[in-house]
Design a protein. Structure first.
Length: 370
């Protein structure tokens, strides 16, 4: 089966997720997988870009997006011809984006069925772009099947009527660990603990809970916390900066620096108020780091059974208890990854294929337009 995986985001974990999925599918017997990314994707311009058979010029800013979206109806034919040259039998949207309906229109013209993998069924407070969820719903309604990375997201998709309905089955998947190239870990003080809170600095990330938990914990010699990511300046960030041992770096983190941050850390803390699942948790597990996370959304499902994970309730007192647990284990070095990331991706790809094959979605080669 020839499968085209696409994801047209420019930054963040979505393009990397698509590239890892395509790479895993290429290892499956009888599968030829191809990848389509935005030509503006940061991942394509990094130190080790993935193989990308169909780079697409999307947009590089708000004005560029408006112009690209306005021209989309006139671009379908050109895109369809480029896609047809790859002769896909099935297409997988690895994570919905803003221009996916253009790709779906081209694929429909060719008669290629589409599977959509959904990471978030609902927008997080302060996250996302205007019309993003509306576009995602339109995309799912045009899909032959919809996949969810946690049962939490799957339940929401069912409730929205987007999956698990006649003609549009729900595929059950999981988010594999995401590996980043890491430098050797720096020397650590014997009694120290290096905590990392990484990702977009938005209200649903629960940084206010983290600030309250640290205040309850009180000053601890050797405890260092870095809060790194981009977002609006808020009183919560000011409160974190005022705490001993805490630094806040409000900035975008390039792809090539994520491995450096992971190597610096002993553990990652995810004090989220809500979550579907977490790419940060997936990166932490691949790096062999401990994870302290709140028991919300799909996080408990994602981290269940991993000995490096500590789960707590989404309140300051429970989070402080989890921080004490990390401090007690601080003398132990970071553990080696329990699960090989590449093997986990192959397992997920195999599960996805098995579920797709049961639906008989792919088209035979001889039916493909030439």
């Amino acid at each position: 089966m020839r499968i085209l995986v696409w994801q047209w985001g420019r930054y963040g974990g979505a393009p990397r997720f698509a590239a890892a999925l395509a790479e895993a599918l290429r290892t499956m017997p009888g599968v030829e997988a191809m990848l389509s990314l935005s030509s503006h994707a940061e991942l394509l311009h990094g130190a080790a870009p993935p193989r990308c058979e169909l780079p697409v010029d999307t947009y590089d800013g708000p004005l560029s997006f408006v112009l690209r979206a306005a021209a989309a109806p006139f671009s379908v034919g050109v895109l369809a011809r480029r896609v047809a040259a790859l002769r896909p039998e099935l297409a997988i949207c690895a994570l919905p984006g803003m221009l996916d309906l253009l790709m779906v229109a081209a694929l429909r013209r060719l008669g290629v069925p589409v599977v959509v993998l959904v990471h978030d069924a609902d927008a997080h407070p302060g996250d996302g772009l205007p019309l993003q969820m509306w576009l995602q719903r339109r995309l799912c309604l045009r899909a032959a099947a919809v996949g969810a990375l946690t049962a939490h997201v799957g339940d929401r998709l069912r409730a929205q009527g987007l999956a698990g309905v006649p003609g549009r089955p729900l595929l059950h998947l999981s988010h594999p660990p995401v590996a980043f190239a890491m430098p050797p870990a720096a020397a650590r003080p014997e009694d120290g603990l290096r905590l990392l809170s990484f990702g977009r600095l938005l209200p649903y990330k629960g940084l206010d809970l983290l600030a309250d938990a640290l205040a309850r914990l009180g000053p601890r010699p050797g405890l260092a916390l870095r809060v790194v990511g981009s977002g609006p300046e808020t009183p919560t960030l000011a409160a974190l900066r005022a705490l001993p041992g805490v630094t806040v770096e409000n900035r975008w983190v390039p792809e090539d620096e994520i491995g450096v941050l992971l190597a610096w850390s002993d553990a990652l803390v995810l004090p989220y108020r809500e979550a579907s699942q977490s790419g940060v948790a997936a990166a932490a597990l691949a790096a062999g780091r401990r994870v302290l996370a709140t028991r919300v959304g799909g996080l408990a499902e994602q981290l269940a059974g991993d000995p490096r994970a500590i789960l707590c309730e989404p309140d300051a007192e429970s989070l402080a208890v989890g921080l004490r647990s990390l401090l007690e284990a601080a003398r132990e070095p970071p553990t080696a990854p329990v699960t090989d990331a590449r093997a986990a991706w192959r397992e997920m790809a195999a599960s996805l294929l098995q579920q797709i094959e049961g639906l008989n979605l792919g088209r035979p080669h001889e039916e493909m337009p030439r």
